[in-house]
Design a protein around this ligand. Sequence first.
Ligand code: C2E
Ligand code: CA
Ligand code: CA
Ligand code: CA
Length: 279
Amino acid sequence: AKNCGKNNAKLYSSSLTMQIMSHVKLEVGLRKALQNDELYLLYQPQIDVASAQVVGVEALVRWRHPERGVISPTEFIPLAEETGLIVPIGEWVLRTACRQAMAWQSIGKRPVRVAVNLSAKQFKDENLTQIVLSALHDTGLTPELLELELTEGTLMDDARATMVTLEQLRGIGVYLSIDDFGTGYSSMNYLKRFDVRALKIDKSFISGLPLDSENAAITRAIIAMAHGLKMAVVAEGVETDAQLVLLEEYGCDMVQGYYLGHPSPPESINQMLADQCAM
Ligand code: C2E
Ligand code: CA
Ligand code: CA
Ligand code: CA
């Protein structure tokens, strides 16, 4: 019993060392991931509730690690943010998604918007609007078909700089939305001023539906507020038919989730678009 503490400390420190080592290894690997073509995008459909058609797709990045296999963005995006690698990675995501969206315009019978996640670091990068402009210019994509998903945290961080950047993005004409809505801090006053086109209700509110009456109340309130502000609402993480039925009843505009389609390679989206009805 006397040695217990000491052994624990030793065990703890060696596992900590291992954690640090694997963290460093991952960072070294991430630096090379872009050059080595190890990143790729999956796309998850966003369905318009009224027409049941695909109106958008969200680009979600994956890392095919040479030794570890596919690594989730929840593991490497925080590391990319810490190291600043998110800026070149984010630019690659943006360009790849715009190029893909252009290809879809020729297959589909109706225009499809492509949504890209922007992290706070990217949003603060002084070159952001230039990066967005040149991705649009080089691919030829119409600005309205590019959606940028921001989080509440990103928007609330530095009021003045945020307003300037949002003003520039609005000038370009891209579609702005707030991701994970309801999980961060947002002031209703800001929502009014920001001129954002859509709110994405976080999946944590959707997952308990239809049984969870509190989350149902929150979902209804977000939809009512968004519509009052002339914003569209996307429900994320829709996994069941019962959730879809309820969201339709609440007047939710768009739905996204495993029930409607998993994040998929571009070829699967090609098929979905080819099967759609013309407008
Ligand atoms: P997010 O932006 O909130 O993306 C939605 C996440 O929910 C995705 O996880 C998606 O696969 C997952 N999801 C979709 N439908 C369902 C569902 O019905 N049920 C459940 N339980 N989950 C569902 P993923 O692809 O692992 O991405 C995780 C997060 O990583 C994203 O959350 C986003 O914050 C970040 N991320 C992904 N790609 C990028 C990127 O290119 N840039 C940046 N900055 N962040 C990214
Ligand atoms: Ca998102
Ligand atoms: Ca989200
Ligand atoms: Ca998220």
